[in-house]
Every structure is written in C-alpha cells, then in structure tokens.
Design a protein around this ligand. Structure first.
Ligand SMILES: CC(C)(COP(=O)(O)OP(=O)(O)OC[C@H]1O[C@@H](n2cnc3c(N)ncnc32)[C@H](O)[C@@H]1OP(=O)(O)O)[C@@H](O)C(=O)NCCC(=O)NCCSC(=O)C[C@](C)(O)C(=O)O
Ligand SMILES: [Mg+2]
Length: 351
C-alpha cells in the first residue's frame, strides 16, 4: 500500500504536483470522434461549441491501418483548433496493445499541455492505473507539462467491475470512470449483441391470472453495475459517466438509458454521433421545474436545519442537501449556457 502522505507528491522528479480535488467543469457529454476521418475533423469547430468534452478516439472502432492517422489527426486538432472551454480528451489503445506506448509518448510530447484527460480502456485493477500513473509522471517531466493529465478508466470487463473500488482509489490522477457495455457484455458472456440499452428478453412477468394475458415489464440490464460505479466514484470524489448507446437510430432509447444513469448519479454520457450531443444535453442538465422547486426548499430553510413542510412534502437537513446537489449543478451549467440560466430563473449576473 502506498503511504497516504505521499499521495500528493509527484511520481517523477519534475512532474507537476497531483491535484487532490478533481475539477468538475460541465461534463454532460464526451463526444467521440476519429481524427483520421476528415469529415469528422471538419466538424470540430462546430461540435466544440456544442459539446462539453471532445475526445479523439484511438482504440476500438478505429481500424488498425488508421491507428497512426487517428493519433496524428488528434495532435493536429490539439495544436490547431481553439476549442474554447471545451475539454480535450483522448481514449488511448488498451494497455496490452502494440499501440498504447506510442499513443502516450506522442500525445504527451505534442499536446500534453492541451490534453485534460486520458481515457484508459479495459482497466482491470489498480495495477493498470499505477502503470499509467508513473509513466505519465515521467512523460510530464520530460515534456514540461504544467498540470497533471488526469486518467479516466473504462469498466468493460468482469474483473474491472469486481475491482472498481480499488481502481477508483488507485491514484490522485483518477478523474472518473465510464461504463463500457459492449466489451463488458462479452466479458461476462451476457447474451446481448446491443451496445447499451435494454433487451426485450430481460423482463419480469406477472403471476398467472386465469385467461388474462400476463404482463411483462422490461428490466434494466445495467442497473447493478452502474450503481456500483457511482458509489465507487462518489466515495473517492471522482466522476461517473454512462458510456455509449450504440443504436444511433433510437433517440428515445438513448434518452431513456442516459436518464436512468443521470438519476443514479452519473454526470454525463458518451455521444457517438453529433445528434446524441443534444440528447445528453437535455438529459444531464437538470429539469427546470426540479431546479425551481429545489431553490424554493433552500430559500425556505436558509440554515439547512430542522423540519419544514413545502407543498405537502416534508423537508429537512437531508432533503436540503438533495436540493443543493440539484441547484449547484444548475448553477454550474447556467454559467456556460444563458438559455439554461433563464430556464432556471437565475439572475443574468450568475450566467
Ligand atoms: C456510428 C457512426 C459510424 C455513424 O456514422 P455515419 O457516417 O453512418 O452517420 P451519418 O448520420 O451518415 O453521419 C452524418 C455526418 O456526421 C458525421 N459524423 C458521424 N459521426 C460523427 C462523430 N462522432 N463526430 C463528428 N462527425 C460525425 C459523418 O461523417 C457525416 O458527415 P457528412 O455529413 O459530412 O457526410 C459514426 O457516428 C461513428 O463512427 N461514431 C463514433 C463511433 C465510435 O467512436 N465508437 C467507439 C466508441 S463505443 C465503444 O468503444 C464501446 C465500448 C465503450 O468500448 C464498450 O462498450 O466496450
Ligand atoms: Mg470497449
């Protein structure tokens, strides 16, 4: 076990000091693109205005013969585009692949001061994070990176889910986690060929009732794993994200999956296609009616103590904290988005 007093010390001489508090800028959607695809890169200036996070994907979905082009395309995006306040992330290849070492060397060397977060796929245990942690510290020192590049783990194997608490606590560099339903389904031998979402076969069935038809209700295949991820992240002060929804044609299904994750505590989800950015924005920005109600509770209980009634509902110290979660998120998003500020009823000065 590492000495907890060393947690705030750099892992290499000359590397920047680790952050002990993880930054939480607007993070409703991580928009994926393959920077070897010229059509996608051409959309970067427009997409950067709409998404909270732009991610250059180097791993799965990028063909083997375009791995280097995707890496170099991301370097060009990082060096030439002004993304404003939009964060720039990458997903590097998996740690057992022939590409990951060059991914890290090239990206930290070329755009280390532009990259906010490196997403590491198929993380299975704390050992994977320790490897990346030390290597990044060495590279940061070599290439004069001024602030630590944070690390985001994707949970997409049964072992990764089994070890998720240790992964979350493995390093001060840990920024958050995402959920990878496709690889995870394969790793667990789940019998679904979908990328996230429900399955018509995973249902509960009402009891026999004479000749009346029995009612079924589809259940959420992913509830257990997402809830565990949310707990591990909240317990260590890092951020949980739902991952991808692969049926690009099913906007309603995407919205329902994102909303289940939002309600459970996730801060955002992935967007694979430009149209999923708007879905994530809608879902991961709290509902204006809920925000207005939460503001009323906070105004009614200025010190956050004791018991009160509002619209027939009991309010106390704990509900006050629930309302603070809602209003704090709304305030954060309203600073970026004047339309949301207006919908939430914040003064323009806050926006
Ligand atoms: C799904 C696809 C093939 C449909 O692509 P399409 O070309 O068929 O779609 P379209 O509707 O015809 O596209 C319209 C326009 O938008 C562009 N476009 C389309 N997508 C994007 C994008 N993301 N960013 C920027 N531009 C995009 C596209 O190039 C086109 O441009 P045009 O009008 O100039 O012709 C395409 O959207 C795509 O490749 N998306 C990214 C896929 C990806 O990154 N997959 C990996 C993440 S999921 C994963 O890895 C799993 C996980 C976690 O590991 C695990 O569960 O295990
Ligand atoms: Mg995967």
């Amino acid at each position: 076990m590492r000495n907890p007093r060393d947690f705030g010390a750099p892992l290499a001489v000359g590397a920047p000091t680790p952050l002990l508090e993880i930054p939480f800028p607007p993070s409703r959607m991580i928009h994926f693109l393959d920077a070897s695809n010229e059509k996608m890169v051409a959309k970067v200036p427009d997409i950067a205005k709409k998404t909270d996070i732009l991610l250059g994907n180097l791993e799965d979905a990028v063909p083997v013969d375009r791995k280097e082009a995707a890496r170099e395309g991301l370097v060009t995006v990082g060096q030439t585009y002004d993304l404003g306040e939009t964060q720039l992330w990458t997903r590097v290849n998996s740690l057992d692949s022939p590409w990951v070492l060059d991914d890290l060397l090239r990206l930290v060397g070329a755009i280390g001061n532009r990259l906010d977060v490196i997403m590491v796929p198929k993380v299975e245990g704390a050992w994977d994070i320790h490897y990346v942690d030390r290597l990044l510290a060495q590279l940061e020192a070599r290439f004069n990176v001024e602030r630590p590049i944070l690390v985001h783990a994707i949970l997409e194997t049964a072992l990764g889910v089994a070890n998720l608490e240790e992964i979350a606590a493995a390093s001060p560099r840990m920024q958050g986690m995402s959920f990878g339903p496709a690889d995870l389904a394969a790793s667990r031998r789940m019998k679904t060929t979908r990328v996230g979402g429900g399955h018509p076969g995973y249902v509960s069935l009402s009891d026999p009732d004479g000749d009346n038809p029995r009612v079924t209700a589809q259940q959420d295949l992913w509830h257990y794993s997402i809830a565990r991820m949310v707990d591990a992240c909240a317990a260590t002060g890092i951020l949980p994200f739902y991952g991808p929804f692969g049926d690009i044609s099913d906007d309603e299904g995407c919205e329902a999956q994102f909303r289940a994750a939002f309600l459970l505590g996730c801060v955002g989800a992935w967007s694979l296609h430009p149209k999923q950015i708007a879905i994530a924005k809608k879902v991961f920005s709290p509902d204006p009616d809920e925000v207005r109600f939460a503001k009323r509770v906070i105004e009614a209980i200025p010190d956050g103590r004791g018991v009160h009634m509002l619209d027939g509902k009991m309010q106390d110290d704990a509900t006050w904290k629930q309302c603070k979660v809602m209003v704090s998120l709304a305030e954060l998003l309203a600073k970026k988005d004047p339309e949301l500020a207006e919908a939430y009823g914040f003064e323009p000065a806050t926006a």
